[in-house]
Design a protein around this ligand. Sequence first.
Ligand SMILES: O=C(O)CCC(=O)C(=O)O
Length: 343
Amino acid sequence: MSGLTPTELDEFRQRGFLVKRGLYADADLQPLRVAITAALDAECDLLIAQGAMTEAEACCDAPFETRFGRVVHGLDTDSPAQRRILASMQDLFLTGRVEHAADSAAVADALLACIRQETVLDCVTSVIGEDIIGSSTFRIRGKIPLWESGRDQPYFPGEVPWHQDAGYMLAHCDAHLIVTCWVPLVDATVGNGCMHVYPWRFDQGVLPHYFGRRDRYIWIPDDHLPDTDPVPVEMRAGDVLFLTNMTPHATFDNVSDTTRWSMDLRYGPMSIPNNVDEAPESYTESRRPDSMACAPTEADFVIRDSAHPDRDVVDGEVFTEIRMRYARQYVNPGRGWTHIRDR
Ligand SMILES: O=C(O)CCC(=O)C(=O)O
């Protein structure tokens, strides 16, 4: 049977999270791992050609699980080479904001195939219906071992403090259920920084957040966290953790020697405010926030439109084009969270 069972759906509605084991086969994830490795190879080759890195520092023989962390830790702290590797590898999800050494076609094809994976879409359909918008804020994350949190780096592969995804989206989107699918590409354990969640129903709504950390993550202050125990969610590669945009979640330091690679994918019903077919130039400082897409700075896209299947984005090149249209759209009015200075 495809999709979620009534019991699973009930569990998801009551607790705000649900783990489905083995939704991605290894063969589904391997092209993305290969594309990430090829992107890292290209960055290393470029730095080697520039004399900024040695062949040995590229750790080409290291397995997927350990290589990225070894490369980063093998370079001098805050050196241009380390900053370059971090910036490029923490921005693999087609924002167009980092110029990569390799073209992004392989990542685009592999990522889109994962986003469109049928069994996952069937589960998402159980929750939000069959017409689905791919929310712009999907990510590929490499959580590096022993990363010193708060270091001033372009991207932040350390802890991600307690937050709800709704906290990053504009307030008029709180009424809409958006499903996050968090998928580890390697086994995720407490030691390497698996997800932790608080059970929280969607209709319990949004909690206060602060902003002002150097790593730019927002966070729910301790005294506003739910009055229950959080749950660590250990997962095998290919399991899927379903969350709502209201479920408080966090990941903590990776104290292992593997990089915890994962992707987080977001799906909304066709009714969510989105920027599909909108011109990025229409996002100006004077535009009303409640007329904007939930996450206005990146491009949403159609995953399934049953009335107009020709709108479905199924091709990596088209996907990349749609994403690149928004590469220079930075207008985001935010939602006025309390500012607490850097920590
Ligand atoms: O992958 C992580 O470490 C954090 C992901 C996250 O917080 C999210 O998907 O919203």
